[in-house]
Design a protein around this ligand. Sequence first.
Ligand code: HEC
Length: 153
Amino acid sequence: MKSLVAIFATVGSVAAVVFALTTYVGQPVEAATRLAANKAQLERGRYIVHQVGLCIDCHSPRDQKGEFLAGKHLTGSPIPFTPTVPMPWMPAAPKIAGLPDGYTASDMIHFLMTGERPNGRPGVLPPMPPYRMDRRDAEAVTAYLQTVAPTEK
Ligand code: HEC
């Protein structure tokens, strides 16, 4: 009986050491990889929002001189131009900082890939461009927008 207890105790402590080692060795590496992946994704999202899709241009309010208002990036804005011919048109772009109201992250990814809004709402009107991003870009834009506080950046 005593030896059985001893065996269990030994097996137990070996398991504990193995567990502790894998946790200790495994975690920092995984966490660092995750952080790096996350950073690259956020940088790509920022690049698309600021330099490719130019979401920033329509969705951010400006002052009288046309300069972006500090701390209000992507918080929604009237569109400062109009079409020269009659066409369907939406004269304001809503807040997308921190994601638009009523959108989950997966709603946003789906919208950027398909143009379909959540809850069966009709699609967006011009001048919102009909983006059809691939999943990687849609996820990067969504992740980035989630980091933008609704009132700053
Ligand atoms: C040329 C101007 C313009 C650009 C560039 C633009 N948008 Fe828009 N966006 C609009 C307008 C205007 C609307 C409102 C359309 C409507 O409601 O029919 C809109 C609507 C949206 C909506 C729908 C929000 C809701 O409440 O359903 C999302 C999401 C969105 N834009 C995201 C983006 C993203 C992300 C980018 C950049 C990748 C971007 N937009 C670039 C003008 C623009």
